[in-house]
Design a protein around this ligand. Structure first.
Ligand code: GLN
Length: 189
């Protein structure tokens, strides 16, 4: 299975490492041609305004909107989730993939909780140690969106058909089970 990680900015290397540990042909995706060659894509954490700018500049934003709407598997972590969200409470970034029926508030976990770890209960996965770094908070979830995990009553891992998004960073804890879940989505897609 050939899976891409968007390598324009952010912690894409960590995702590539997890995917390769699972035996996947994981590719760094920086161009439209490279995007054509993969069966699913992870959009990593980083700075969402920068990633959005580079996505548009490379022409990949339009392609991802089209392919994502047609069933291409996408997984956005943290900044990646911001890019997937249809609705945002701040004006930026404007140019998002915007396919998931969720509303998100950037950096919304408060200053003293800028970064923290928490044990989650993930549906079909079980207990999972999650790292949150200046994480976006999901403030609304549409009816077609399945909540796979919550933290303090707030959804933190959600799925809408071929789209998966998390507020936290599963690539930083050495536990590949969320990545494996996404690979199952890719295999079905
Ligand atoms: N705060 C970042 C943003 O708004 C996201 C943080 C992250 O991806 N770890 O883009």
């Amino acid at each position: 299975m050939r899976v891409g990680v968007l390598g324009l900015q952010g912690d894409f290397r960590e995702h590539l490492t997890v995917l390769r540990s699972l035996g996947v042909d994981a590719r760094d995706v920086r161009t439209q041609e490279q995007l054509e060659a993969v069966e699913g894509l992870i959009i990593p954490g980083g700075e969402s305004t920068t990633i959005a700018y580079l996505l548009e500049k490379t022409g990949m934003l339009k392609v991802l909107r089209e392919r994502g709407a047609q069933g291409f598997p996408l997984y956005g972590t943290c900044a990646g989730m911001i890019l997937l969200a249809r609705e945002l409470s701040d004006p930026y970034p404007e140019n998002r993939i915007a396919l998931m029926d969720i509303a998100v508030k950037r950096n919304a976990y408060g200053r003293q909780l800028d970064s923290f770890e928490a044990d989650l209960q993930i549906k079909n996965i079980g207990s999972f140690r999650a790292v949150f770094i200046r994480a976006p908070k999901i403030v609304r979830v549409g009816s077609g969106v399945e909540i796979l995990a919550e933290h303090d009553g707030v959804p933190v891992l959600v799925r809408q058909k071929n789209l998966l998004a998390s507020s936290f960073h599963p690539e930083l804890t050495g536990d590949p089970r969320v990545h494996r879940y996404f690979l199952e989505m890719v295999a079905q897609g």
